[in-house]
Design a protein around this ligand. Structure first.
Ligand code: KG4
Ligand code: ZN
Length: 337
């Protein structure tokens, strides 16, 4: 019988726990934090307090649903970073406490590597090497994945993440947080060619999304001077045009990365991979370029502990444990840990 591992994720605003046995994820319990909605974004201090309130029940539920007891556990895994310091601290401290109490090893996991390894939870799994576009509220990266442990970031945003661009644009239009899913919904019934926005060009395979946010703000300000009801009257077309623009920025770089590396196994991960415009554009690109495309279940795209558990399983097999002195890292590059 293979290892049984309890994994904890608390890097941002999701408190999550998962139990994995012999590489099979048994459950994935997630407590989302509604407290941030009225502030239009994640408030770090409130996030860490909510993690403290949720973590015991989330872990208990994962253990209970697994049908196993704590004495069956062979290791405890946790997200060391990157993420919000106060949020990470809750998960790290809790994992340390359990490891000490149960006398079992600790496994530190890099959150960004875990997003990539989420592709190994369910079939079909991608073949190495593959490229993974990780897109969420906090990250926008193109990762070249050679195997479970060797990964290299070959392109990334130099400022805002693409999810942040969706959410901030939504906020400027007066939509609630997080605005990404709403823009997606409205975009489905709008004209994507109604409006045009400037492309910020970055060297190599890097991205920049802060310029589009500012351009979008001035665009709306100018249009509203002419017609105060501009947003209300054109909401669907604005959303469709903006979404098309952001998706094109992502896919242009991904296509370049594939051409440069010669890799045609392409995966996407992170909350923004739920975007229907991105999914359909990716499918079109796959036909045009003969790509094999991999998109995980939505549950494993957004922040979750199942991906931490999957990454921990591979580390357990290599006996890569960490000491009880481990501390969280708010900034943690891929390849560290
Ligand atoms: O991975 P995630 O749950 O959390 C982190 O940020 O790490 O991603 C959340 C992000 C938010 O910015 C949200 O607006 C975006 O994913 N998102 C979407 C969609 N669903 C979630 N953006 C565009 N279209 C969607 N359907
Ligand atoms: Zn994430």
């Amino acid at each position: 019988m293979g290892p049984v591992i309890l994994a904890i994720e608390s890097s941002c605003d999701e408190t999550s726990a998962s139990v994995i046995r012999n590489g099979k994820v048994l459950n994935n319990i997630i407590a989302s934090q509604a407290v941030h909605r009225k502030y239009g974004g994640v408030v770090p201090e409130l996030a860490s307090r909510a993690h403290q309130q949720n973590i015991v029940t989330v872990v208990d539920e994962a253990m209970e649903k697994s049908g196993l007891s704590k004495t069956d556990l062979n290791a405890i895994a946790f997200t060391r970073g990157p993420g919000l310091m106060g949020s990470l601290l809750v998960g790290v401290s809790f994992a340390k406490g359990m490891s000490l109490a149960l006398g079992i090893p600790l496994i530190e996991i890099n959150h960004m590597e875990a997003h990539v390894l989420a592709h190994f939870i369910d079939d079909p799994v991608p073949e190495f090497p593959f490229l993974c576009l990780t897109v969420s509220g906090g990250h926008t990266q193109i990762v070249l994945v050679e195997d479970y442990t060797t990964m290299q970031v070959i392109g990334q945003t130099q400022d805002d993440a693409v999810g942040e661009a969706f959410d901030k644009a939504a906020k400027i239009m007066g939509l609630p947080y997080p605005g990404g899913p709403l823009i997606d919904e409205y975009a489905n019934v709008g004209n994507p060619k109604a409006f045009h926005f400037p492309v910020t060009s970055m060297p190599g395979l890097d991205f920049s999304f802060s310029g589009i946010k500012t351009a979008f703000m001035y665009f709306l300000r100018d249009e509203k001077l002419k017609n105060p009801a501009f947003v209300e009257e054109n909401l669907y077309d604005i959303c469709a045009s903006l979404q098309r623009h952001l998706v094109t920025m992502l896919l242009t770089r991904l296509e370049q990365a594939s051409v440069q590396t010669g890799i045609r196994n392409i995966a996407i991960a992170g909350g923004v991979s739920a975007n229907s415009g991105l999914r359909s554009a990716l499918k079109n690109m796959a036909e045009k370029r003969e790509w094999n495309v991999f998109i995980p279940e939505f549950e494993y795209c957004t922040d979750n502990a199942a991906m931490i558990a999957m990454a921990a399983h591979f580390k357990y097999l290599r006996k890569e444990f960490c000491s009880l002195d481990v501390t969280p890292l708010a900034r943690m590059p891929i390849g560290l840990a």
